[in-house]
Design a binder for this molecule. Structure first.
Ligand code: NAD
Length: 481
């Protein structure tokens, strides 16, 4: 792959960058360059925000369209994305190491499904309601689009997480500046081409890949009305501070360290639960925010659980992201591998028992691979149980009874995802209700577009997806009549 772009998609046109700075995306499986794109700087962000502002403020423009007309454009965009499915898969998986089998499900079909779902919500959108006032008269409650949205996305699911923001923004009539992460820029150009093909009005979606400084400039830009961010808790805190100072609405989807609670009646036959378990604990090489990477195991079946997870994790196929047989690809960057290896060393130093993995595979030689790893006998207070590793590393923690399992699950700074594994789904749901987390699954986990997704505590603020996700892109106006 050698893909070269020289412009940004801003204001419905391909415009020259303000500087000659460039980004070179790299193949995580081979460490070879994949092409080159311009790096967005402050002047490029200014231009993109101005285009989004003009598109939003235009009197007969996007924000004033009937929602059903916007929905048609969103459906066209979903079709244009689907037509590029193979290219999205190839580009995303090359850049961030996501196995193609995962990318096919979650970086193509899933984003267009989100877009179509929100197009459906747009068709039902009620933008004004009259209700009787308590003190006489009528009250008109209006829902207006919030305005220009700054959407800042990470590299782990670049298309899905961009669509978590683009779809509700388009449905409500907002315009956006999307800033992809420097690690995943080539898929962002495909998205820009799809936006162009779908015929969205100029300036409704503007895309400027860039680094942290470009992101910080976008967040603080005076013409931005709302910020939507997914990424690390550290960056989220910095963004929240800026938005706090500016009193600017912000949604934050941040890190996690969720619990996968194995109840004492759980099915451990991997032929039956392997796929669901994989999606809930190791998806995308462990580089997924909602994963249950703390496995809580009942003492009564502790050895059995450790053996099952060790066998399951140790049997996963490690290889190049482009190989359809690969289950665990490389980590996205050299820095990410260093981080994961430092946690593996910490786990060993803290006295946890390594049962599989623990280092680089002999083969492949190149690429940022780490063998999927399991630690048993982990203390929930230790660093590997409390901090987000963001790699294929599971920690198994023993518990005494259900209350103890819930206590350990809740003993975390984070609260994003999690799962309960049990033969009795009702019992599983009862335990799930006691876990302080934004989302949790019983014997499965997938963020469904039809329901709110997001975290509590250090996992973030606000919700994306579901009808509830629309409100972050709306502001209310009340007229007492
Ligand atoms: P990051 O949070 O630094 O970057 C994510 C996005 O935010 C990128 O587009 C980046 O350019 C931008 N950004 C960073 N700082 C910013 C700021 N102050 N203002 C505006 N934009 C800013 O994540 P990273 O450095 O790529 O990864 C570091 C760690 O973050 C990972 O190891 C992982 O633990 C975590 N992470 C979590 C998620 C998630 O989905 N929750 C995604 C990616 C990374």
């Amino acid at each position: 792959m050698n893909l070269r772009y020289g412009t940004f998609y801003i204001g419905g046109a391909w415009v020259d960058p303000a500087t000659d700075r460039t980004i070179t995306p790299v193949d995580a499986s081979t460490e070879e360059p994949l092409g080159e794109v311009p790096e967005g700087t402050e002047a490029d962000i200014d231009r993109a925000v101005a285009a989004a502002r003009t598109a939003f403020d235009s009197p007969a423009g996007w924000s004033s369209w009937e929602p059903a007309r916007r929905a048609e454009a969103m459906d066209r965009l979903a079709d244009a994305i689907d037509r590029r499915a193979d290219e999205f898969v190839a580009r995303v998986s090359a850049q961030n190491g996501m196995p193609v089998a995962v990318a096919r499900q979650l970086e193509t079909g899933y984003p267009s499904a989100i877009l179509r779902y929100f197009a459906g919500l747009a068709r039902e959108l009620s933008t004004a309601e009259i209700r009787p006032g308590l003190f006489g008269g009528d009250i008109e409650v209006r829902r207006e689009p919030v305005g220009v949205v700054a959407a800042i996305v990470p590299w782990n699911f670049p298309q899905a997480l961009a669509m978590f923001k683009i779809a509700p923004a388009l449905a409500t009539g907002c315009t956006l500046v999307v800033k992809p992460s420097p690690e995943t820029v080539l898929d962002a150009y495909l998205l820009a081409e799809a936006v162009e093909e779908a015929g969205l009005p100029a300036g409704v979606v503007n895309i400027v890949p860039g680094g942290r400084d470009a992101g910080a400039h976008l967040v603080a830009h005076p013409a931005v009305d709302k910020v939507a961010f997914t990424g690390s808790t550290a960056a989220g805190r910095a963004i929240a501070e800026t938005c706090g100072r500016l009193l600017r609405p912000v949604t934050l989807e941040l890190g996690g360290k969720s619990a996968a609670i194995v109840l004492d009646d759980a099915e451990l036959d991997l032929a039956k639960i392997g796929e669901g378990l994989f999606g809930a604990t190791l998806l995308n090489n462990g580089q997924t925010c909602f994963l249950g990477t703390r496995i809580l195991a009942p003492r009564r079946r502790y050895t059995e659980v450790v053996d099952a997870f060790t066998a399951f994790t140790g049997s996963l196929t490690v290889g190049a992201a482009s190989d359809p047989a690969t289950q665990i690809g490389p980590l996205a960057t050299a820095r990410q591998r260093e981080r994961v290896e430092s946690y593996i060393a910490k786990g060993i130093g803290e006295g946890a028992r390594l049962t599989t993995g623990g280092g680089r595979p002999a083969d492949p030689e190149r690429g940022w691979f780490v063998r999927p790893t399991v630690f048993a006998d982990v203390d929930n207070a230790s660093a590997i149980a409390q901090e987000e590793i963001f790699g294929p590393v599971l920690s198994i923690i023993a518990y005494d009874d259900e209350d103890d399992a819930v206590r350990i699950a809740n003993d975390s700074d984070f609260g994003l995802g999690g799962t309960v594994w049990t033969a009795d789904p009702e019992r599983g749901a009862a335990v799930a209700r006691r876990v302080r987390t934004g989302t949790i699954g019983v014997n499965r986990y997938i963020p469904d577009p039809a329901a709110p997704f997001g975290g509590i505590k250090a996992s973030g603020l606000g919700r994306e997806l579901g009808p509830e996700g629309l409100t972050a892109y709306q502001r209310f106006q009340t007229i007492y009549r």
